[in-house]
Design a protein. Sequence first.
Length: 706
Amino acid sequence: MTHMPEHSLRRALSVGAYLVASMLALLSPADAQTIPWPGAERAALRLPDSLWNEMLGEVDHRDRRLGYSEEEMTWYGSDRHRLRSIGLLFRDVRTVTRYSGQIATQLVSAAPRAESVVRIGYSLTDVAAARFLPMPDSADLGLDGATPASPIAALRSMAGAGRFDERALSLPLPIQRLVVRLVAGTIEATPWLERALPRARLAGLSGGGLDSLYALAIAPWSEDRLGQPAVRRREAFDLPAAVDRDYLAFASAIALSHLSRALDEYRATPAGATPSLDRPLELSTPIGLVRITGVGRDTITTPAAIAIDLGGDDLWRGRHGVGSIATTPIAMVVDLGGADAYDAAAEAMAIGCGVFGIGIVADLGGDDRYRSRESALGAAWYGTGVLIDHAGDDRYDTDSLWGQGVSHVGVGALIDLAGNDVYTCAQQSQAMGSTLGAGILLDVAGNDQYIARDDGNISELYLGQSVAMSQGCGYGRRADLGDGHSLAGGYGVLVDGAGNDRYHATAWSQGCGYWWGAGFLEDLGGDDTYRNGKYSSGAGAHFAIGLQADLSGNDQYNVGNKAVMNQFQGHARDGSIGISIDGDGDDHYRLVRNCGGSADLGSIGLLWDRRGDDTYEITYAEDTTNVGWANTPALGTATSYPPSNTFRDDLDAVGIFLDGGGRDEYRWDGPAHEVVRPDNGARWRWNRDRRSWGLGLDAEIYPPRP
């Protein structure tokens, strides 16, 4: 085993206590009190400059950022469609933590307005559009400045020579206004969407039908040769260039802002007694069929451009709220109440899915059940897909993949505003963002459960465990072992605003990044439980970024999880950054090796527990036959490799562990390590070679809770 150089070890032992005292002395009273307790704003979760600079000096980074420059990152290659914002994040670890915190704060604030959530999503993908989009005027109903004598007059005018059901006359005025507002918004947004998605060009690439468009879009992510990505249809890689994402973002904002105004008006003036409808009411409009169902128990199987249900416990079966230029460019479902069931178990593309279009589902109340097979529940393929549920204890199930806030080129968002909810998936779901995409799962409040099933995507490479790529995952297409058409990843952002939550997955989950992707999991309050595995809980690999942050609460990380292996909780590999932060509370961690602020192969790993009386269970099995990856313990460490005579020899691997306050317990299971000896007030410095750095520090930096 390679030991720490003797002179370095003597220095660490002799001056360790002095340096801890020096670090604490560097903190001014203002530094120590910068962050209020508990429940501080996420944006305030930041290490004091004085402490951070001192720590950088200990890992030989004094007077420069802890990160990688653009020039250093270019050595890894320039995969197609790399996002500029992700590229810039590599420059500084602290930028990553601020950026993720700011996004989380913005999303929670924006949650009631889907257009704002989607705008934030597009901004993540380097698209700036509709930033200060004005709301539609309340008087003209959005009809190009015209003020009709009544909403019914507008509906008659829209029908033209088409079908007009006279029963619309009996609808309460708030319902009439709701219908007209949604139709007007779709009319206004459609021309912009048509400019974003040129029908002729896309039809030339795919054949033009919905199923053929979808098959071509998913080909890079579903086809392979001998288990490696390989697609013969070259046109699949031409699709991103055929879509104008700026126009797509603008059209999405217009449609969703009309929806928000319509729902605001409806909630402000409830309809009161609603007439019963013995059969659906159907109206012809310039954007297609509008169908209205009543307050009874309806079973709805046929989609419409706009489908409105007035209440009752309904069953929506099949494809609803699916927007596509091949069928209905913009499709909306609005259900005003009831414990509803949305069943698309037999379908791909459903329930708030945009496939070269905009698909929206809004449910205003009730304990709802959503079930899908794939590409649903806020999913986007070259489009915008939104599912927003306003109230109730809901259940979301994705049997296969690509559900619950997922995007490949565009924005897919699942927004839940209240209730104790359960989210279940197999893989590549629950806030997964791929190429030029932002996948967002935003749950504002409630005691929620996020589950990526253990049998969802079993992999022999991961010793029989499931590869989830879920719960805040930025995911790119690695094709250097296949057809060579690698595609950079996007953003996967899972934000939970409050509640005692449970996160369950195995490999690749809970704030992880893969292949130029960035994945964030932000939990802003509550006593939470995390169970995961390799490359999880703030982890990244292959030039990617992963961050997991829990603002407050007494949390548990992998406690009792005997299957957990390594490479999690602030771990990164191969030109990546992995960050795990816990802001406050008496937390309990289970750690093994290569985790807990540990870096591998030119990467940066950080675990920071800001404050609380914490418990760390560390299992360490010494391997004297291997001095590198397999013999790197947890807590402020980094691997070491023989020289490769490539650019990798010039990149540092830096692992940092910091516990900033509280009386902590370290339960070390295994032989004592000559360097890593965690305890209250302890400090250790790791330096296997000139590019392998680590620092561990347990210190009373922050004041105890009142």
